[in-house]
Design a protein around this ligand. Structure first.
Ligand code: AMP
Length: 210
């Protein structure tokens, strides 16, 4: 299964991505996670991404596209992958289409998690993230997955959330029409329990030809 998840920040893409990747036995490729891991490790890529991430802006396409192109050549992505947080604009969607066309391995589906603005802000401002595994946590002092220490991401603070939402509306939301036109889009609501949304996602993906 070659799958892309799309949705506003806070829609629960990362959480659902973990479940879906485990279900379909494909790697979960999150560009945000790769950037954060590079930041933590102090690599040049992390340095390049930092100022954009801190402001809630997109890291330039030249940097992001190369990173994804390289990641898709890894052995574990041979039989499919789940992209979370990429593409984030139409230019990236076109680059992804071309990379996959060259390998003759087009996408099977793009799953959209739909969520209203008020719910997004409420979720992001109460979200905490685990320093160890990167997993989300709401209203807990410790990570529910690994027990690690949780913190508020710099970009989950109020002014940056506002900018991330603007960036989503202006730059990312147009990819929904792009994928609808390509007949790849499947939309589900991001409201409900984690389990209910995973079930909805799985049943929506059952009808996708692989
Ligand atoms: P995320 O964890 O997906 O919310 O991503 C966190 C931040 O990483 C974003 O606000 C961007 O600054 C950067 N980022 C992640 N994915 C991309 C992408 N596809 N293109 C550009 N920047 C990205």
């Amino acid at each position: 299964m070659r799958l892309v998840l799309v949705g506003p920040p806070g829609a629960g893409k990362g959480t659902q991505a973990q479940f879906l990747a485990a279900h379909y036995l494909i790697p979960h490729i999150s560009t945000g996670d790769i950037f954060r891991a590079n930041l933590k490790a102090g690599t040049p890529l992390g340095e390049q991404a930092k100022s954009f991430m801190d402001r809630g802006e997109l890291v330039p396409d030249s940097v992001t596209n190369e990173m994804v192109k390289d990641r898709l050549t890894h052995e574990d992505a041979k039989n499919g992958f789940l992209l979370d947080g990429f593409p984030r604009n139409v230019a990236q969607a076109e680059v992804l289409r071309d990379i996959l066309a060259e390998k003759k391995t087009p996408l099977h589906a793009v799953l959209e998690f739909a969520l209203g603005d008020e719910e997004i802000i409420a979720r992001l401002s109460s979200r905490r993230t685990c320093r160890d595994c990167g997993g989300p946590s709401v209203g807990l002092d410790k990570c529910p997955t690994c027990g690690g220490e949780v913190y508020q991401r710099e970009d989950d603070k109020a002014d940056v959330i506002k900018r991330r939402l603007e960036v989503y509306t202006e730059q990312t939301a147009p990819i929904i029409a792009f994928y609808r036109n390509a007949d790849l889009l499947i939309s589900i609501s991001a409201v409900g329990s984690v389990e209910a949304i995973t079930d909805q996602a799985k049943s929506a993906l059952k009808n996708v030809a692989q």
